[in-house]
Design a protein around this ligand. Structure first.
Ligand code: PLP
Length: 422
């Protein structure tokens, strides 16, 4: 079932050195399935790294990339602009609420976090208040560059270096299951209020609408709306990280739409290009951008990369928006996600399963131990459905293009895997 290579010069990140060789090698992907080097096909239950939201080998996305490659690959984003990036920025302004009109394009979710933090901190500098404290979730994940990594308290992100500004992290006070109540929202808000009031005025609160890599923790109803109010009371910027949740993953275009709020800054990646090319974005409100004309040396944002807003990636980003609208992928995410969650919840009767939770096409099966999660996850992969298990949680997040038949197949295979593991 796995394809091994005895030696490899490729150093893959996040993979223990001792496990680099002998790992799965994927050679092809079509629609919602991937094939390994030994010719086994799997139903893609994880959308690659949650980014293949339009499925694999989509002809319209390939065509958009091809056409742009032939016209203009890219050009210096510091001194010039081009149509694909201009169009993508204006389309994001149209689908984002309120005054979220100003987009900076980058290449990865981590870069989007980096840009968001720099914009937020520079904003406070621009208006003559030196706020620099950031508050976030201990179990949040915002990326792996130096600043981004400092925001997370997850064990796998721990680094030897400390943050160049104060960060206060709020730990989850209860299990994900216990949190999904009205009292859960009260407790969480009280903890954020405490964190905000415990120090100098906070520059920003940065959270995900659903804690993705922290275990697919669905936050209690009303929490984000109350967090918005709390930030407003303290003049603190609310940065929402939509890298995991954005572009339909939770059954709405953006995760924050479930609570009808507007953040001050929003970061996006993964689904923005369907994983076809590296692309990410940070969008801020017009009043935030306006302060950058007051920036002392008037150089605007001092953050950016050579390939930021790459023309081919941006062209694919525009095509993703078309495909999502034409194929009604946000709606499909809500429909198939509800079906998956309803059926997989039945697994809570297994002694190995302690919680099944989800929103749209993000589902987590929490097992009674990391060993049980590994046994279930490995059995699912052996049966032909690709899922991820990490720290006791099996993560299921298929492409938004999943069909009703594939959803049924996935439910069957995962349910069988729980039986096999028990
Ligand atoms: N933010 C969130 C919520 C994520 O889930 C991730 C990656 O999984 C990132 C940021 C970092 O994105 P990238 O891996 O593209 O740097």
């Amino acid at each position: 079932m796995t394809s091994s290579t005895s030696t490899s010069s490729l150093w893959r990140a996040w993979t223990p050195i001792t496990q680099q060789a002998g790992s799965l090698r994927i050679v092809e992907a079509r629609g919602n399935r991937v094939r390994d080097a030994e010719d086994n096909w799997y139903l893609d239950g994880v959308s690659g790294v949650l980014n293949a939201s339009c499925g694999h080998g989509h002809p319209r996305l390939i065509e958009a990339a091809n056409q742009q490659l032939q016209k203009l690959v890219h050009y210096d984003p510091m001194v010039s602009s081009h149509d694909p990036a201009e169009t993508l920025a204006s389309r994001l302004a149209a689908i984002l609420p309120g005054e979220l009109n100003e987009t900076c394009l980058v290449n990865s979710g981590s870069e989007a976090t980096e840009a968001a933090l720099r914009i937020a901190l520079q904003y406070w500098h621009n208006i003559g208040e030196g706020r620099n404290r950031v508050i976030t979730f201990e179990a949040g994940y915002h990326g792996t560059t130096h600043l981004a990594q400092q925001l997370s308290g997850l064990p796998f992100t721990v680094s030897e270096w400390s943050a160049p500004f104060p960060i206060d992290r709020v730990a989850l006070p209860a299990s994900p299951r216990a949190l999904r109540t009205e009292e859960g929202a009260d407790t969480l808000i009280a903890l954020f209020a405490q964190a905000i009031e415990a120090g100098p005025p906070a520059a920003a609160v940065m959270v995900e609408p659903l804690l993705g890599l922290g275990g697919c923790v669905v936050l209690p109803n009303g929490f984000l709306a109350r967090l918005r109010q709390l930030c407003d009371q303290h003049g603190t910027l609310l940065i929402l990280d939509e890298v995991f949740c954005g572009f339909g993953r939770t059954g709405r275009m953006f995760g924050f739409e479930h609570e009808g709020i507007t953040p001050d800054i929003v970061t996006m990646s993964k689904g923005i290009s369907g994983g076809y090319l590296p692309l990410a974005a940070v969008t801020v409100t017009s009043p935030i951008k306006a302060t950058f004309t007051r920036e002392p040396i008037a150089r605007g944002l001092r953050y950016g990369h050579t390939t930021g807003g790459h023309a081919v990636a941006s062209a694919v980003g525009n095509a993703v928006l078309d495909v999502m609208a034409d194929e009604k992928l946000v709606e499909n995410s809500a429909t198939q996600g509800a079906l998956l969650l309803d059926e997989l919840r039945k697994l809570e009767s297994s002694p190995l399963v302690t919680d099944v939770r989800g929103l749209g096409l993000v589902i987590a099966i929490e097992a009674d131990s990391p060993e049980s999660a590994a046994a279930i996850g490995n059995a699912a992969v052996r049966s032909g459905v690709m899922v991820r298990h990490e720290r006791g949680v099996i993560r299921i997040a298929p492409p938004l293009t999943i069909t009703a038949d594939e959803t049924t197949e996935m439910i069957q295979k995962i349910s069988d895997a729980v039986d096999v593991a028990a």
